[in-house]
Structure formats: C-alpha cells, structure tokens
Design a protein around this ligand. Structure first.
Ligand code: FES
Length: 415
C-alpha cells in the first residue's frame, strides 16, 4: 500500500484520502512508522517524583511502565513479562520497590532489571538471565517536566524533535510564574473514531462557533469570555494558527485566558506577577489562550495536558490531566480544575460536542461513498517563514496540514 499518496497537496487544494482514517492496515503502519519511530509523551515528572513512583502508560498500542529508580533516573520499560508475556504491572500508578509479575512471580526493579525468579534452581546452569529484564524503551528524555520516550534508538534528540513547538512549551511553562506544574488526577474518555479526528480538533479554530455555538450561548462559564463576545463572527479571523515542519501545530486566540471563579484581585495579582517577571509583552503572550499539538499525540490545552491514545483504527481514548501550579493561589488552581470539569475534560461540554462529531465522522467514513476530505482553508494565504513555520489566521487549517505533511513523510518511509 502506498500511504504517501493518501495525502495530496496542490496549489489550491490539500486533500486526504478517507482511507487514511479507517482499516487496520493504515493503523498498524501508523504504529510501526509513526508511534514506534517518534518521541511519544509518557508522563509529567511530578507523576514520578520519588524513587519507586511509577505510572502505566502506552507508546502506540504497546504498554509501558515509567518509573523512577533508586538512582533518581526515570526509566521506561515494556510492560510485558520476558517469561511468558503477562502484563507485569496492572496498576495505573503507585510506588513500589519491585514489580512482581502476577503470573509466576518473576520480579523486577523500577529500572526493569530482573531481581528474582521463584524456584530458580529448576533452571539449567547456562540459562541466561541477563536478557530477561523488562525490555527497555531505549530513549527517555524530558523537556520542561514533560517526559518522552522512544522505541527508536536512532531518533533525533528530543529538542530537535520538538523544533518549532519548543517556544510554545516555553511560553506555557511561564504560566507557572516561576513555580512548577503538578498534574492532578487524570480523567479518561473514549470515542468510536480514529485518533486523528482528535489531533485535528485540538487546534481547529474553524469549528467552535458552530459545534460549540449552543454551549457558548447557554453555559454561564462562557459569559464574558472571548468566544461569546465574538459569536457574531462565527468564523474568526483574529488570532493565529501555526504549523511546523516537525508536524506540530498551534492555535492562539490572542485573547485573555478565561477566568471564571477567580476574584478580580487574585487575578490582578497573578497577572501583575507575570508582568513583573516577563514584561508587558511577555505576560501578554503567556496570557493568550494557546492550544497545541506535539506530534504525534500530546496536546496542551491551556491548563490541560491531553494524551490522545489510539486503541484501534476506530477507537480512541483521551486522557486529560488538569495542570496545577505548585505555589499559586488556590482560586487559580480550582479554576484549572473547573476548566477541566466544565470545558475541556471528560465531562466538559466542549469535549462532549466534539466526540459526537468524531463518532459520526467515523460512521460516515466506514460507510464509504466518498474518497477524499479537504483541509484547504487558508492554503494559499499562509505566511511561510524561513525556518518552515507557517502562519495562518485563527480559523485556517494550517496546523492540520503540517500534521499531514509529517504523517505523509513518516508513512512514506520504510518501516
Ligand atoms: Fe511473568 Fe511468568 S509470565 S512470571
């Protein structure tokens, strides 16, 4: 199958074949050529803070344990027992001195090193134990507290991988105003649709006035927020979308953060701190609504880290982590939680609107009858900078095209 021909870019039109969203063949190739070749987000450092802290996660569909060992190092290992393949760690998170496989009791250090085999005397003298550690994820690195892993030992270093999106991570980190982020408990939701429906939605500034129009008109939280003020112009021109050669993309509203539930004085203090620390312009940048995708599946949505977890070609899970600031006023943090609960998290009204569209889209694609979808909005109008950054207006499909260009490059390469 030639996956590269599924993305077709011409002067006036950028098209993607509907086949790219369905069927196990494309999905399996995406695992091999994208997820097992890329840096993939594993966790936030605050989730594995102390020696023995661990978290279960995935790279693509492979189960992975991330854990901090006694040496303070963060390790990532395949969560599959080298004895006969059982899932070794069945907890979502916790703290342990050793992982003990539930099937026959082989035990492993947080680093993945084999500690012991029950009744070892029954094994022959020459039985090799050194290759019976949990299989290590060969590359682990972090940037700004975000921990990534890669099954590709040859992958470029993490900062090169992040490329153009690094500056958006840096701006996002400044929101902690000199303090650190901690992630709160995760929330999970799923939908019957392809994972790329969600990646394409993270920075989609074309849809809010339509899909979420009724929410903006009726939900108290949105009163006075920029979305409501500008409902008259359902398709926004203000603000920016950006796409990067590495496949990442952003949406910036160019408007102050929504601030429901925060006393005016508390908000003024927080904003004042940011101005003092980063200057007028720097603070304005920090306070801009900003949502971005780190290719392939990490989304940062203001105060929310979201992992878009592919399950199969037509099933996806989204894990949402509200982000708290360690030393912030409690109203700031409770607003972050509120944001996750009411807007972008599991029960958030915006997420519910979106996944309804994703599931409908998957059904239509499955039924067939049309071969291409189009992502052409703003195509000929976007500004292309020297470093390859492309800039469009808020409602352009600039970041989606950046995603698909990278998808095409990776899917077109040999596995
Ligand atoms: Fe893990 Fe047997 S499968 S100990």
């Amino acid at each position: 199958t030639s996956f590269a021909t599924m993305v077709d870019e011409q002067a006036a039109e950028f098209r993607v074949q509907t086949a790219a969203y369905r069927g196990p063949t494309v999905f399996e190739a995406e695992m091999d050529r994208i997820f097992y070749k890329s840096w993939v987000y594993l966790c936030h450092e605050s989730e594995v803070e102390k020696p023995g802290d661990f978290k279960s996660t995935q790279i693509g569909t492979r189960p992975v344990i991330v854990a901090r060992d006694r040496d303070g190092q963060i390790h990532a290992s395949l969560n599959a027992c080298p004895h006969r393949g059982a899932t070794v760690c069945r907890e979502e998170k916790g703290n342990t001195r050793a992982f003990v496989c539930p099937y026959h009791g082989w035990s492993f250090r947080p680093s993945g090193a084999l500690i012991g085999i029950p009744d070892e005397a029954r094994y022959a003298e020459g039985f090799c134990k050194t290759d019976k550690n949990l299989k290590a994820v060969p590359r682990v690195a972090s940037y700004g507290g975000l921990v990534f892993g890669s099954f590709n030992a040859e992958v470029v270093d993490l900062e090169t991988w992040l490329g153009g999106v690094k500056k958006h991570i840096d701006i996002w980190l400044k929101r902690a105003s000199g303090s650190r982020y901690r992630v709160a408990t995760s929330h999970k939701y799923g939908y019957d649709g392809n994972w790329k429906f969600q990646t394409e939605n993270i920075y989609d500034g074309y849809h809010p006035g339509f899909v979420h129009g009724s929410a903006f008109r009726t939900v108290k939280k949105f009163e006075g927020s920029f979305v409501n003020r500008e409902l008259n112009t359902a398709v926004r021109q203000q603000g920016f979308t950006r796409g990067y050669p590495e496949g990442h993309g952003t949406l910036e509203a160019g408007a102050p953060l929504e601030s429901g539930g925060i006393d005016a004085q508390v908000l003024a203090d927080y904003e004042g701190q940011l101005r003092e620390r980063y200057g007028e312009e720097g603070a304005a940048e920090v306070l801009t609504n900003r949502q971005f995708l780190v290719f392939p599946n990490l989304a940062i949505f203001d105060f929310n880290i979201r992992v878009i977890q592919p399950v199969s070609h037509d099933r996806t899970e989204v894990i949402s982590y509200p982000v708290l600031i360690e030393d912030a006023h409690e109203q700031i943090n409770s607003n972050h939680m509120l944001d996750a609960q009411t807007r972008v998290g599991t029960a958030g009204i915006l997420s519910a609107d979106d996944i309804d569209v994703f599931a409908g889209g998957q059904n239509a694609l499955k039924a067939g009858g049309f071969d291409w979808i189009t992502l052409s909005r703003g195509l000929a109008k976007e500004e292309i900078k020297d470093d390859g950054e492309r800039v469009g207006v808020y409602s352009d499909e600039t970041p989606q095209r950046a995603f698909w260009r990278r998808w095409k490059a990776m899917m077109g390469a040999a596995a």
